[in-house]
Design a protein around this ligand. Structure first.
Ligand code: COA
Length: 171
């Protein structure tokens, strides 16, 4: 069945937390280490600003993937980075490789463009070759590596910085 992509509503909190937490518990794909409660997830969805969105992918009415697009963390403190967004993507393990992430990204990029973001900047754990390939396919370019930037399960990991411009006039 074709996945349905739509924006999350507060009542999706339990299903959204379940997807993110399943990836956190895998312990190697995200810098996040602490599972979210349903209440935290509901507060996050309710608190999304006008330039943020959490898109969900549903198959057979079950949420199996999500992508959040929001202003870069520094944009909370400065006007100089209002053009920079960031995204995070989580797909349940048994649904990976079925273009769910790609469909989510199409919705997020359209949203980001409409909200006047000019670029998207992300960080990916350097060992996460699947995610690097996924984002590379979406047009992200690797711009640098931060050494030993996160510590997961007692082991330091390098982190890749990637960026993608949303407008043709940029490089
Ligand atoms: C990375 C991720 C978001 C991609 O979503 P997806 O729905 O599996 O990806 P799509 O099917 O849209 O795209 C497929 C591409 O992603 C890559 N990919 C990454 N992980 C994959 C997996 N477990 N199975 C199959 N393909 C995977 C493939 O290389 C493929 O590219 P290719 O066709 O050139 O080989 C998803 O695999 C995931 O949630 N992984 C764990 C969490 C994670 O790493 N999130 C990103 C952290 S920043």
């Amino acid at each position: 069945m074709e996945p349905v992509i739509r924006k999350a509503i507060p009542d999706d909190a339990k299903a959204v937390a379940s997807v993110i937490n399943s990836v956190i518990l895998e312990g190697k794909y995200t810098a996040l280490t602490n599972p979210f409660t349903v209440e935290q997830e509901r507060a996050f969805i309710e608190g999304l600003c006008n330039r943020s969105a959490l898109f969900v992918a549903e198959v057979d009415d079950e949420i199996i993937g999500i992508q959040v697009v929001e202003p870069d963390a520094l944009a909370h403190y400065t006007d100089s980075m209002q053009h920079v967004a960031t995204v995070g993507t989580w797909v349940q393990s048994n649904f990976r490789g079925r273009k769910i992430g790609q469909l989510l990204a199409e919705a997020s990029f359209k949203f980001a463009h409409a909200k006047n973001f000019k670029k998207i900047a992300i960080q990916v754990i350097a060992d996460n070759t699947g995610a690097l390939r996924f984002y590379g396919n979406l047009g992200f370019k690797k711009i640098g590596i931060a050494k030993k930037h996160v510590k997961l399960e007692g082991k330091f990991c390098d982190v890749c910085y990637l960026e993608k411009f949303l407008t043709r006039d940029e490089k």
